[in-house]
Design a protein around this ligand. Structure first.
Ligand code: PRP
Ligand code: URA
Length: 206
């Protein structure tokens, strides 16, 4: 499985706050922002760079810049919770948005919004969503991004279920998955266990 588990003491500590039923909206948001910055560091570790000349106060030397533009794509709503941390690190990134909501009975994702910047084919595209449960939402989102021309894709989430990782990597074996935790299983409503509950509700305080 193309799963990269991002393990870090600070991530583990913040994830504990995020999971806890006693954390209110403010603590949940703050901890999610902290984790997303650390996740971004690992997700972008192997992005290609090109060399450029740079003049320091002392001399000419060689610097680096990212070889391609980066497009961040949060899946609405809950993906917005990871966006701030990613844009803290990738200030130049463009942002595309996909709105998907899971039908509570069928679990099928329903698309209600799609807006992308141009030239996805030239970009490094990073799909972000805190939860990989059945894998339906992330799988559909990648289908749409590929249809729009994206070829350099990666998916970053906070918590993944084994069922979601298996489904996603079978459907999109070319797209690496980064997660801060791989949890035990899904429950009968396809919520991740132990998980954190409903990510969108907790981030937006709804
Ligand atoms: C959540 C989450 C993912 C999806 C994961 O969104 O943010 O997008 O569920 O589930 P899946 O892997 O089984 O598809 P939800 O549909 O609850 O919408 P929301 O973000 O608007 O709350
Ligand atoms: N969506 C969530 O917000 N939480 C889960 O555990 C599964 C899907």
């Amino acid at each position: 499985m193309a799963l990269h588990l991002v393990d870090h003491p600070v991530i583990r500590e913040r994830l504990t706050r995020i999971r806890s039923i006693t954390s209110g909206t403010s603590e949940f948001r703050e901890a999610l922002h902290d984790v997303s910055r650390l996740l971004c560091y690992e997700v972008t570790r192997d992005l290609e760079t090109t060399t450029i000349p740079v003049t320091t106060p002392l001399c000419e030397t060689t610097g680096h810049r990212l070889a391609r533009p980066v497009v961040l794509v949060p899946i609405l709503r809950a993906g917005m919770g990871l966006l701030q941390g990613f844009t803290d690190i990738l200030g130049e990134a463009s942002v595309g948005t996909i709105g998907l909501a899971r039908d509570e009975k069928t679990l099928a994702p329903h698309r209600y919004h799609f807006r992308m910047p141009p030239a996805l084919d030239e970009a490094e595209v990073i799909l972000i969503d805190p939860m990989l449960a059945t894998g339906g939402s992330a799988g559909d989102a990648i289908d749409e991004l590929k249809r729009e021309g994206a070829t350099r894709l990666r998916f970053a989430c906070l918590i993944a279920a084994p069922e979601g990782v298996a489904a996603f990597t079978t459907r999109h074996p070319d797209v690496p998955v980064y997660a801060a935790a791989l949890d035990q299983c899904l429950d009968e409503r396809a919520y991740i266990v132990p998980g954190l509950g409903d990510a969108g509700d907790r981030y937006f305080g709804t």
